[in-house]
Design a protein around this ligand. Structure first.
Ligand code: S3P
Length: 418
């Protein structure tokens, strides 16, 4: 397979969610450029509209008028979070500090995902969370006057950390969050840029009470998790070169590039500007002979969403890969350990599940068969990359589920690897 071309993948999903939520809580007019227009971000926009914010349709450049920290409206219907964990957990933090209640609903996948991790700290702060069953959606968050919290998550989750920071922000109380290792820090960066005193020190974050959020201008950089698919494609290709522009190079998101480099990938990173508190740059990828790798717990947060792709890269290159310390993958959009291993086997690769990860075994055969991503966008795209590699014959069922994070994925893939 020959690859060629330049891709500017769509805007970062984490930053896009936050840009809508935070500018809604600001006082005055903000501008957001380059937001990701995907199903997940539309869910956040829809939920904010239900909370009384006048969010226009998602567009390249958006003017957003905030309602202030406590200007949201009692919702007259449930907040439909669709497939989006980020929408649910961040907005649960926001609602926890409001003088009203909101019911959160989602699709079958989201309804299976655990909410205890946010219910515990938000309940400790004084909110009340009610579940129809277990700790999944539907869930009702009853907001209240909250108290300060100093919370050790014993995990690494930007969604949990952000829920607590947002609850503290809207309630006007100091909050401190301690993580096992630092998760992505887009919330901290954006809130700082909006005038909030947020102090990070290693794996601890402290947010001090702020009277208000200042409006902001945000240029959303390209999503490194979406760019990763084309880093993989360029590395597995037989010839050619790919260029990816404007990619967010936030160090909490670049674990995939580090592991690929360790595996022998030819990725040139040219850091350029700093945009809205985030470093961005251009990636140049050329084909290379990849070698075996091991990923352990300490590295997992920096490439949590790229682990299914990494497994597919190892299978495509026919090299060993072991991932451990990643049990969190079992509670993502699908059980990503089981979905990846089952699908790798379905196309003839050798792979095993581990309780907290997976193992791909070295093999040289061409891969062929049909895979079912179980509605999980990142699994569909990871196998989409394998399907483009010469000699492979892979059909991806339910291919349209990529719309959750990257609606134009298949078109971009066909353009650079015709
Ligand atoms: C996200 C945090 C991560 C990540 C998800 C987006 C965010 O989830 O997997 O895709 O935007 O905060 P966790 O916080 O559950 O690790």
């Amino acid at each position: 397979m020959n690859v060629s071309g330049t891709i500017r993948v769509p805007g970062d999903k984490s930053i896009s969610h936050r840009s809508l939520i935070f500018t809604s809580l600001a006082e005055g007019e903000s501008v957001v450029r380059g937001i990701l227009d995907s199903e997940d971000v539309r869910a956040t926009a829809g939920a904010l509209r239900t909370l009384g914010v006048a969010i226009p349709p998602l567009a390249k450049e958006m003017q957003l008028t905030g309602r202030g920290l406590r200007g949201l409206r009692t919702p007259s219907q449930a907040l439909d979070c669709a497939n989006s964990g980020t929408t649910t957990r961040l907005l649960a933090g926001v609602v926890a500090g409001q003088p009203f209640s909101a019911r959160f609903e989602g699709d079958a996948s989201l309804s299976r995902r655990p909410m205890k991790r946010i219910a515990e700290p938000l309940t400790y702060m004084g909110a009340r969370l009610e579940f129809d069953r277990g700790d999944g959606l539907p869930m009702t968050v009853h907001g209240a006057a909250l108290r300060s919290i100093d919370w050790d998550t014993h995990a690494s989750s930007a969604q949990v950390k952000s829920a607590i920071l947002l609850a503290g922000l809207v309630a006007g109380v100091e909050v401190r969050v301690i993580e096992k290792s630092p998760s992505r820090d887009h919330t901290e960066r954006m809130l700082r840029a909006m005038g909030v005193d947020v102090e990070s020190d290693g794996n601890q974050v402290c947010l001090r009470p702020a009277g208000k959020l200042n409006p902001i201008e945000i240029d959303v950089p390209a999503d490194p998790s979406s760019a990763a698919f084309f880093v993989a494609l360029g590395s597995l290709a037989g010839s050619g070169e790919l260029t990816l522009t404007d990619v967010c190079l936030n160090p909490t998101r670049t674990g995939f590039l580090d592991v690929m480099t360790r595996m022998g990938a030819d990725v040139q990173v040219v850091a350029s500007a700093n945009s809205g508190g985030e470093q961005i740059g251009t990636l140049r990828i050329r084909p290379s002979q990849l070698r075996a790798a091991r990923v352990t717990e300490a590295e997992v947060p920096s490439l949590i969403d790229e682990l299914p792709l990494l497994a597919c890269v190892a299978a495509g290159a026919g090299v060993e890969l072991e991932i451990t310390g990643a049990a969190e993958l079992r509670v993502k959009e699908s059980d990503r350990i089981s979905t990846v291993v089952k699908n790798l086997r379905a196309v003839g690769a050798l792979a095993d599940e581990l309780p907290d990860g997976l193992r791909v075994h070295a093999s040289r055969r061409e891969l062929a068969g049909t895979i079912d991503p179980r509605g999980d966008h990142r699994i569909a795209m990871a196998f989409g990359i394998l399907s483009a590699v010469s000699g492979n014959r892979i059909t991806v069922l339910n291919a349209e589920c990529v719309a959750v994070s990257y609606p134009g994925f298949w078109e971009d893939l066909r353009r650079v690897a015709p």
